[in-house]
Design a protein around this ligand. Sequence first.
Ligand code: SAM
Length: 279
Amino acid sequence: MNGFNPLSETSVTRWRPLSDAEFGRFREILYREMGIHLSDEKKSLVAGRLMKRLRHYRLTNYSDYLEMAHDARNGEELRVLLNLLTTNETHFFREADHFTFLSGILRARADSGTFRVWSAACSTGEEAYSIAMVLDHSFSGHAWEVLGSDANDDVVRRAKRGVYHIESVKDIPEPFRKKYCMRGVRSQEGRMLIGESLRRRVDFRTIKLNRPLPPIGTFDAVFLRNVMIYFNNATKRDVLDRIYPLIKQGGYLIIGHTESLVEFGGAYVKEAPSVYRKP
Ligand SMILES: C[S@@+](CC[C@H](N)C(=O)[O-])C[C@H]1O[C@@H](n2cnc3c(N)ncnc32)[C@H](O)[C@@H]1O
C-alpha cells in the first residue's frame, strides 16, 4: 500500500533504562546544585521525570542526556533538569494550624515595626499567598511584607503570576476566597487569579537555601516547611545555621509537621508542634 515502508529493526527506537551508574550521576548533580539527597528508591522517579527530555531530544539513553546537561555551553539544560527533579507539591493553607498561630504572633508583635514573613521554599506560591491573606485580613493598617522564594525558577515564575486551578480555592477559607480570589471567565474558565492588591504585596525570588543567602533582611517568622525532608543532616544543619541570623529576636521558625529540629533546635524554644521561637 502507498505511504508505508517495511518496519525494519532499526526503525524501532530502543530505550536503554536508567542504569545505577547514571542514577548515581543525577544524584550527584542534584546534591551539588540543590543540596537534595535522593534515596535509592527514587530511581524510577528520576527515570520517569527525565524521560520527557530524552524524548524531546530524541535520545535513547540517559548517558547522552547527562552529557548534554553537563555541557558548560548548555547551562539552560542543567536548569531544566534541576527543576524537573524537585518535588513541588503544595496547597493553600497546608497545615492550617500554622496560619492560626501566625495571626496570634501578629497580635503579640504588632508594635515591633514592619512585620516580615519569609516563605523559604514556597514552590508555586500557595504558602506565601496564604500568609499574605492572613496578614492582610488580620493586620490591616499595619505594615507587613511577605517574601516567597524557591530554588526552582519555574515555580517562582508561576508563583508571580498567581494563577491556579479553580479547584485549589477549596483549601482557602471562605472569607479569604471572597476577598482575595478572582474566578476566571471565558478563556480563563477553570482558573483562579489572586487579586492584584494582594499579588503586588508579595515579593518572589529565586533563592537556593543550600548556598549563601542574598541580603533579604530579617524576619518575624520564617516558614521552612516540607523542604528539609529532602536534605541530609549536614545540609539541614547548614541551612538552619544560615537562616538563624535572619530571624528577629523573639521571631519564629515554622517547619513541616513531619519534620523535626530535634538534633539542631538547641537555639530555639519549642512553642507548639513544629513552631519554634528564637529567644
Ligand atoms: C514540597 S515543596 C514545599 C512547598 C511549601 N513549603 C509547602 O510546605 O507546601 C518543596 C520545595 O522546596 C524547594 N527546594 C528544594 N531544594 C531547595 C533548595 N536547596 N533551596 C530552596 N528551595 C528548595 C523545591 O523546589 C520545592 O518547591
